[in-house]
Design a protein around this ligand. Structure first.
Ligand code: FES
Ligand code: FES
Length: 176
């Protein structure tokens, strides 16, 4: 069936199977590879994109459900050669290591901050609990989100609870 929607501000019309998941549409039809498939259980958040500004797990959305709506992927964040403030904060605070979870983390953060521009550390951890990083601790990610919100992340003022300042490789849950 034919579906019309907007991807990173560009109007698109494509023929898709009704069962096609949005993440597969973005990757295979649009050629946008930032949204990743990290699980098949709606658990990991690697596929997170914005749907009309709200973060969603695109492995849980049918493409046809996005008809007529605005879909934003990590590829659509930077503008005029400048990183989006959330991207810049992740870079500044070393909130990323791999390209697998990071796009989803960034998109979930954009969604979180649009709903709550000045979250507490606890609210950041709760807001990102649906996004997993499998290789490191979450301290720098939380720090990056707080920095993007203009909070304590950038310079450590106020600190992050439990943060010893090291990239210690722990695999704690974001909400832990
Ligand atoms: S691939 Fe969508 S939540 Fe894991
Ligand atoms: S930085 Fe991507 S899984 Fe840890």
């Amino acid at each position: 069936m034919q579906v019309e929607l907007f991807v990173n501000g560009q109007r698109r019309t494509d023929d898709v199977e009704p069962r096609l998941l949005l993440v597969h549409y973005l990757r295979e039809v649009c050629g946008l590879r930032a949204a990743n498939v990290g699980c098949d259980t709606t658990s990991c958040g690697a596929c997170t994109v914005l749907l009309n500004g709200t973060s969603v797990k695109s492995c849980t959305v049918l493409t046809v459900q996005a008809a007529g709506q605005q879909v934003t992927t990590a590829e659509g964040l930077a503008a005029n050669g400048e990183l989006h403030p959330v991207q810049a904060a992740f870079r500044q605070e070393h909130g990323l290591q791999c390209g697998f979870c990071t796009p989803g983390m960034v998109m979930a953060t954009v969604g979180l901050l649009s709903e709550n521009p000045h979250p507490t550390e606890a609210e950041v951890r709760e807001g990102l609990e649906g996004n997993f990083c499998r290789c490191t601790g979450y301290h720098n990610i939380v720090r990056a989100v707080l920095a993007a919100a203009g909070g304590a992340g950038a310079d450590g003022a106020g600190g992050i609870a439990g943060d010893d300042g090291t990239a210690d490789g722990e695999r704690a849950e974001v909400g832990a």
